[in-house]
Design a protein around this ligand. Structure first.
Ligand code: F6R
Length: 616
C-alpha cells in the first residue's frame, strides 16, 4: 500500500527521504517521488517503477546545491488505485499555475467525492495532469490557500469524503510542512531539532524511537523539531508520545534471502513473545489483562464474534473452533467487510474480537466501529502497537510478533492463533473447563515454540518436495475441523506468492462438486494430522488418488498409515489438532516459499498485493 515519508529539520531532506522510501518498499508500490522545498521553490521529482529508478533519475543529488539546501520535503511510494502506475500519476502532486507549484502533496487513502470536487475545480480553471484523486486534493488545498497552509488544509479536508493520510508543502512557507490523517495512519517521529513523519514506523526507527500517532482528523503543523497538533477546527490537542519497542534490526533481512523466510524462522521467538506471561500453567488458564474483563463479566458474554480479513480471518476460524471446543460457547468468525455491509445482529452480550496484523485494515476498522455503535464489547488482536484498531478498541491483546515486513503474512498468523487459543482457554476456565483440562491445554500452548522449531528443521526436505510443484497451475487443499483453516491459509499463501491457483475445501465438500476437477495435473494437499476426522480425510485422499491426483500430506510424525497413502509427506510433531494448526501452517508456509523461490517469483512483494489494505 502507498507509503509516506516526510522530513523537516536542519539536514538535507533528499537522502533521508530516499532512504525512507527504501524502507517503505515492502508495502508494495508501483511508482515513487519526492518534493523538496529549496530556493523558495517546490521541486518535484517522480518516476514510474522502483525507488532505484527515482534515485538514478536524480543523478548526483548529494552534490547538487538544490538538494543540499532543501531541508524540508515529502515523499511517497504509490500503489495505483485511480489511474495506471505512470509517472504523471505518481506523487507528490503539485498544484498552482503556469507550472509553478504553490502546493505539493502526498496522499495515502481514497478521496471518494473526487469527481465532484474535480468538476468544480475545473470550472474554476484548474488544469489536472493526472488521473488521481490525490491531485484533486492538492488543487483543493491550493484553492483555499491565502497565506496559511494549515488553514487551507483544514478547509479542504472538511470538503473531502473518504480516507487520507497526507503531508504537504506550500511554496510561500518554506520551513513548514503540514500532515493530517483520517483512516490512514500517520506517525510523527520526534528527533532533535528535526521531525520525520511516515505512514509506518519502520521508515522512522533509524532516526528516532519517540513517536506520536495522529488521531483521525488531526492536523499537525511541523517546523524543524516543533510539532503543533490541532483538530480540523484549529483547536489545539495533545497527543501522547510513545516509544517504539522494537529495534531497527528487527525490520532488516538479517542474512535471509527474503523477509518472508526470516519471518517464518522468527516464529518460535514470536510465539514465545506472544504467550510470555500469559499462560498460567498452575491454574490452567490464560492471563489476558488487556481484555479488561473480570471472570464474572466473561460469564455474561454469550457469543464471541471474530472479525478480520485474509490471513487474520483464517486465524479467526481456529479461534471459533477452539472457543466452541474448549468453552462450549457460541462463537462465529466473519469476514470484516461482510460484517460491516450487512446489518449485523450484534449487541451488548457479544464480545467482538477484531484481528489485524497491521491494525489499519479499512474493512476491519469499519467493522470495529459498527460493532461499537451496536453496543458490543470490542477488543483488538493486533500486532502493530499504536495502530488505529489498537487505539480505537482501547482493549485487547498485542501479538508482540515484531515487525512483519513481507507482504505475505506468516508469523502474525501463528501468533494470532496462539493468542486465540489463550482467549478460548480463558473463556473456558471461566465456564465449564476443569483445572486439570485447562492445565493440559496450557501446557500444549506453552510447548508451541519448540514444536515450531522441530518443523523448521524440515526445511530442506520441504524445499526438495517443492521442486516437484513448480509446473502445476492449480491445486486443492483439504482439511477437516481445526485443519480446515490451515487448508485455507495454505491455499492463500501459495496463490499469493507463487501465483498457482489454489482452492481450499472442507475435505467432505470435495465430493459435492470439486471432485470433477481431479486428475493428474491437479495435486491435492491434505491435512492429515492425527485426531478427529483423520481417518475420514484419509478416505478422501484415496478418492483423490483413485482419480490420479497426486497427494502431499501434512501428517503427524511417525504415522505410517498416512505416509503409505501420500505421494509426498511432511511430518510435524505429535500434538492435539488445535496446536497442529500452527505446526502444519508453518510447514505449508515453507512449502509455498520454496515453490515461489524456485519459480523466481518476487516473494516479499507479490504482484498486485499490498501489506496494509487501507482502502475498501
Ligand atoms: C495474506 C495477508 C492478507 C492480510 C489481510 C489482513 O498473507 O497478509 O490476507 O492478512 O490483508 O491484514 P491485517 O491482518 O493487517 O488486517
Amino acid at each position: 500500500m502507498c507509503g509516506i515519508i516526510a522530513y523537516s529539520g536542519n539536514r538535507s531532506a533528499t537522502p533521508i527521504l530516499l532512504n525512507g522510501l527504501r524502507k517503505l518498499e515492502y508495502r508494495g508500490y508501483d511508482s515513487a517521488g519526492i518534493a523538496i522545498h529549496s530556493d523558495n521553490t517546490i521541486h518535484i521529482y517522480k518516476q514510474e517503477g522502483k525507488v532505484e529508478n527515482l534515485v538514478q533519475s536524480l543523478g548526483n543529488y548529494e552534490e547538487d546545491p538544490t538538494h543540499e539546501a532543501g531541508h524540508v520535503g515529502i515523499a511517497h511510494t504509490r500503489w495505483a488505485t485511480h489511474g495506471p502506475p505512470t509517472t504523471a500519476n505518481a506523487h507528490p502532486h503539485g498544484a498552482g499555475q503556469d507550472g509553478v507549484n504553490r502546493i505539493a502533496l502526498v496522499h495515502n487513502g481514497i478521496i471518494e467525492n473526487y469527481r465532484d470536487l474535480k468538476l468544480k475545480l475545473e470550472g474554476e480553471g484548474c488544469v489536472f495532469l493526472s488521473d488521481t484523486d490525490s491531485e484533486v486534493l492538492s488543487f483543493l488545498i491550493d484553492s483555499h490557500y491565502k497565506d496559511d497552509l494549515a488553514k487551507a488544509v483544514s478547509a479542504a479536508l472538511k470538503e473531502v469524503q473518504g480516507t487520507f493520510g497526507i503531508a504537504c508543502l506550500a511554496k510561500a512557507e518554506p520551513h513548514k510542512m503540514v500532515v493530517a490523517r483520517r483512516g490512514s495512519p500517520i506517525v510523527i517521529g520526534l528527533g532533535e531539532d528535526e521531525t520525520i513523519v511516515a505512514s509506518d514506523a519502520s521508515a522512522i526507527i533509524s532516526h528516532t524511537r519517540q513517536v506520536i500517532y495522529l488521531d483521525d482528523n488531526d492536523v499537525a503543523i511541523i517546523e524543524g523539531g516543533k510539532v503543533d497538533i490541532r483538530t480540523l477546527d484549529a483547536r489545539p490537542v495533545k497527543r501522547e508520545t510513545s516509544d517504539i519497542d522494537w529495534s531497527e534490526d528487527a525490520a532488516e533481512k538479517g542474512g535471509y534471502d527474503h523477509y518472508m523466510l526470516k519471518e517464518i524462522y522468527e516464529q518460535p521467538t514470536a510465539i514465545r513473545n506472544s504467550i510470555r506471561g500469559r499462560v498460567d500453567l498452575d491454574k490452567g488458564t490464560a492471563v489476558l489483562a488487556g481484555l479488561g474483563l473480570e471472570p464474572r463479566e466473561i460469564v455474561d458474554i454469550q457469543r464471541l464474534l471474530i472479525i478480520g480479513c485474509g490471513t487474520s480471518m483464517n486465524a479467526g476460524l481456529v479461534g471459533e473452533y477452539a472457543t466452541e471446543d474448549f468453552a462450549g460457547m457460541l462463537s462465529e468468525v466473519e469476514q470484516a467487510a461482510e460484517f460491516r455491509y450487512r446489518n449485523p445482529i450484534v449487541g451488548s452480550k457479544d464480545m467482538v474480537v477484531a484481528i489485524s496484523q497491521s491494525g489499519e485494515t479499512a474493512d476491519t476498522l469499519a467493522a470495529v466501529r459498527e460493532a461499537q455503535e451496536k453496543g458490543a464489547l470490542v477488543a483488538g488482536l493486533v500486532n502493530v502497537v499504536g495502530s488505529t484498531i489498537a487505539r480505537e478498541t482501547g482493549r485487547g491483546i498485542y501479538l508482540h510478533a515484531g515487525p512483519e515486513i513481507s507482504v505475505a503474512s506468516t508469523k502474525a498468523f501463528t501468533c494470532q492463533v496462539s493468542v486465540l487459543l489463550m482467549i478460548a482457554l480463558k473463556f473456558a476456565r471461566s465456564r465449564r473447563l476443569s483445572r486439570e483440562a485447562g492445565i493440559q491445554i496450557a501446557k500444549e500452548i506453552h510447548r508451541l515454540p519448540e514444536l515450531v522449531e522441530e518443523v523448521l528443521k524440515q526445511n530442506d526436505h520441504i524445499a526438495k518436495i517443492a521442486e516437484d510443484f513448480t509446473n502445476y497451475t492449480s491445486m486443492f487443499y483439504i482439511g477437516r475441523g481445526y485443519l480446515f483453516p490451515v487448508a485455507l491459509e495454505g491455499a492463500l499463501k501459495i496463490k499469493e506468492i507463487s501465483y498457482i491457483h489454489a482452492e481450499a475445501y472442507h475435505a467432505a465438500e470435495l465430493k459435492h462438486g470439486p471432485i470433477a476437477l481431479l486428475e493428474e495435473s491437479m495435486p491435492v494437499v491434505a491435512l492429515l494430522n492425527e485426531g478427529p476426522g483423520k481417518e475420514k480425510t484419509l478416505g478422501n485422499v484415496e478418492e483423490c488418488r483413485a482419480r490420479k491426483s497426486p497427494v502431499l500430506g501434512v501428517i503427524t510424525e511417525g504415522d505410517e498409515d498416512a505416509k503409505a497413502n501420500c505421494d509426498w509427506y511432511i511430518e510435524v510433531p505429535k500434538s492435539p489438532q488445535y496446536t497442529a494448526t500452527i505446526t502444519s501452517t508453518v510447514a505449508l508456509q515453507l512449502f509455498s516459499y520454496h515453490v515461489a523461490r524456485l519459480k523466481g517469483c518476487p516473494i516479499d512483494q507479490p504482484r498486485n498485493l499490498a501489506k496494509s489494505v487501507t482502502v475498501e
